[in-house]
Structure formats: C-alpha cells, structure tokens
Design a protein around this ligand. Structure first.
Ligand code: FMN
Length: 222
C-alpha cells in the first residue's frame, strides 16, 4: 500500500482487539519514532500493554474500548511550534501504522491524561496521544467542508501536484472534524494557514504532513 492509499483508508478507530502489536511491526514503529524524534527534537513514545490510560470516565465517554497501546506526543514547552511539530510527526507515524495493518485515533481530550505512562521530563508537555492497535472496524469517511471553504484556488486552476495535496488535506483528521485551515498557492509553493481556536496548530501539522506526503511538495505554514 502506498501513502496516498493509506491517507484515503485512514479513519479514526476507537474499538480495538486485544491482540498485541506484532513484534516486527512494533520494532518498525519504534525505529520510525526514533527517526522522528531525532529530526524534530520531540520526545514521542510508544506505550504498549497499558489498558489504564483509556479505562477512565473520559475514555468510556469517548466510546473507546480495548485500547492497550498508544503513542504519546511529548515535547519541550520551549519549542515555539510544539503543537504543529506534534501534528506533523504524529501523522507520519499514523500513516505508517495504517500501512502496517494497524488502526489509530488522535485523542486530545477523551483519555486519562493523569494515567498516561509516558516519560515527561522537566520542561516537557504531553500534547496528546494517539490510540493504536488492531481495529475491530476500519472507521468511516468523515464529512468534509466544501473545497471553496478550505482552499483559495479553483479546481480548474490547480496544478496536478496541488490537487493531490488538497485531496489528502481534506482527508486529514482534525479535532472534532473542525477543518479550520485554509490552503493557497504562492508561486511554486503551497501555503497552509491555521484558523483560530483550540488544537488548530496541531491540526495544521497533520494537514501539512498529508499535503506533503501526497503531493511530493514541501509547503509553508503561517
Ligand atoms: C488533534 C485531534 C484531537 C482529537 N481528539 C479526539 C478526542 O479527544 N476524542 C475522540 O474521540 N476523537 C478525537 N479526535 C478524532 C476526530 O474526532 C476525528 O479525527 C475527526 O472527527 C475526523 O474523523 P476521521 O479521523 O475518521 O477522519 C481528534 C482528532 C484530532 C486531529
């Protein structure tokens, strides 16, 4: 499966089987996480075999079940773009997981923050987590806003790379499916702007990763 297919097939999955993540897949994810941390300065961690973090009122309220594994997105509060970095690298890991047969869900609210087993060093913060495991279902397509609300370029004027990027951006997960971003073209570059409100910078990083992975073009964020 290639990355574009993974972007298309990825949906939030909140119910998981009790199967442990196969060891070769786990090693692959841990290697990728190490690479992401080296590149970004983040302190992302994969926590496995810990049912407690989602076995809370909030976790049940969020309709999560069988969550035994999660990725903790941790990083220094001194990083000015901490949320955007967490979104960008988290989505890279999410798509690798999807290609390995795992299912995921980004979770900023409905989990037991105080029960998270990740190592959070002095000066660091837990941005959010991503549940991960073998899904009991594959999730479903989310509703998307009209293209004109999310993009400043008419479809007929889009270069093919930009069109690929936009399609992937529309498929990106955003908090409560808010899709508060706007994408434009500036010469050879795509530019993504975050809207106002909670978690929009985290969403921005996620959307940027999807856009870049599908289009093969780097894009700027503002
Ligand atoms: C930053 C972020 C935070 C999220 N937090 C939660 C959460 O606390 N609980 C939950 O059930 N889903 C959460 N989600 C999942 C979104 O509701 C979901 O991504 C969105 O509705 C789009 O659906 P899809 O992921 O299936 O495409 C979060 C998603 C993102 C990107």
């Amino acid at each position: 499966m290639d990355i574009k297919q993974a972007i298309k097939e990825r949906h939030s999955v909140r119910q998981y089987s009790s199967d442990r993540i196969e060891s070769d897949i786990r090693i692959k994810l841990e290697n990728l996480i190490r690479e992401c941390n080296n590149e970004s300065g983040l302190h992302i961690q994969l926590i496995t075999d810990d049912p407690e973090c989602f076995d809370t009122m909030l976790g049940h309220y969020g309709k999560f079940s069988g969550v035994n594994n999660y990725i903790a997105l941790v990083g220094s509060k001194n990083l000015s773009n901490l949320d955007e970095l967490a979104g960008y690298y988290g989505e890279r890991i999410v798509l690798e997981a999807q290609m390995s047969g795992l299912r995921t869900c980004w979770v900023a609210g409905t989990f037991g923050r105080g029960k998270c087993k990740a190592e959070i060093d002095a000066g660091e913060k837990l941005v959010c987590v991503i549940s991960i495991g073998y899904g009991l279902n594959d999730g479903a397509n989310h509703k998307s806003k009209d293209l004109s609300k999310l993009c400043g370029v008419a479809e007929k004027d889009m270069p093919s790379w930009f069109k690929e990027g936009i399609e992937a951006a529309l498929q990106a997960p955003t908090a409560v499916n808010q899709q508060k971003f706007f994408i434009n073209i500036d010469g050879e570059d795509a530019v993504i702007k975050a809207g106002f409100g909670p978690l929009t910078k985290l969403d921005l990083g996620i959307v940027r990763y999807n856009f870049e992975a599908a289009s093969g073009h780097k894009c700027r964020t503002v």
